[in-house]
Design a protein around this ligand. Sequence first.
Ligand code: UFG
Length: 342
Amino acid sequence: MERKTVLVSGGAGYIGSHTAVELINAGYDVVIADNLSNSDISGVEGVRAITGVDVPFVNVDCCDKQAFAQLFEQYNFDSVIHFAAYKAVGESVADPMKYYRNNLLSFINVVDLMRQYGRHNIVFSSSATVYGEADTLPVTEATERKAATSAYGNTKQMCEDILRDASGAYEQINGIALRYFNPIGAHPSALIGELPRGVPQNLVPYITQTAAGVRECLSIFGDDYPTEDGSCLRDYIDIVDLAKAHLAAINRMTEGRCNAKYEVFNVGTGRAVSVFELVKTFEKVNNLKLNYKVAPRRQGDVVAVWADTALANKELGWQAERSLEDTLRSAWEWEKRVRNIK
Ligand code: UFG
């Protein structure tokens, strides 16, 4: 079979690097494009170490259309997975233009250049954030999107719409948007994982850094929500499982198995887990005690969101496989490696 190349923008980052590994292991050639604005070259080195492939890396800002176009000149990829984007919800509320400029412009450039160079398949990193506080749970892909409460969330909705319209209008372009729930954990090799800059905004990196002694105490944001134990419910998806969903999407597109020019899939486990349950599971599987306290609710948090995964199971032939226990073990193994803890 002729080898196919996939461009992975943002491929040095957390989800991008794990996806690059799965693509390479499945026989794709991968080109990583990243400006390292919120990632590290070690992500690329980790991909190379795991796969034994000297995957090409290009330091480029996808907002710089001319520089980005060079990549299209140089490499003959037919598919792109576009991860490159800012992702901090709070920051996007404080500085919305930073998010609109970066996340929209880079995606518009992707679509324009794919058209210009006669390339076909675009996978976009969307988020469960598009569902907001859903009226019915679990959410299916047909569940109504709610008005975004952050510029970050708004860019996810806007890019979905851009992809829907572009693939509807242009014969050549096919689109798949993957709506991620809460990605956690690390590669079983502990050679790649999440590397947040500064104080982690997300639960699992905050937990692992607290366990490592980098943070003093985890704050659990709210224990008075209308849930069984009072904390919020989320659908935590293992990072390698999430990466494999991208592989399934790329296979589907390159093999011409899509049912429509634009498709949307939830990528979650289908299981709701509370913050307390996650913390307790982390303590149990890693045999340690975590310093934590209950703190006030965090502004903007939804009470609960988890995925109906039937569509992804059926159409992508994909389902989450790794247990929460294994995923939380891998998160701690990665943190220990980063901190040099034996
Ligand atoms: N939480 C804590 N303490 C922390 C961090 C988080 O209790 O220090 C809680 C949150 O309140 C929430 C849960 O842990 O109940 C998960 O929080 P995360 O920040 O890890 O994840 P979110 O569900 O808030 O965020 C995810 C994605 C975002 C996306 C958002 C939309 O990471 O990219 O969903 O809701 F925008």
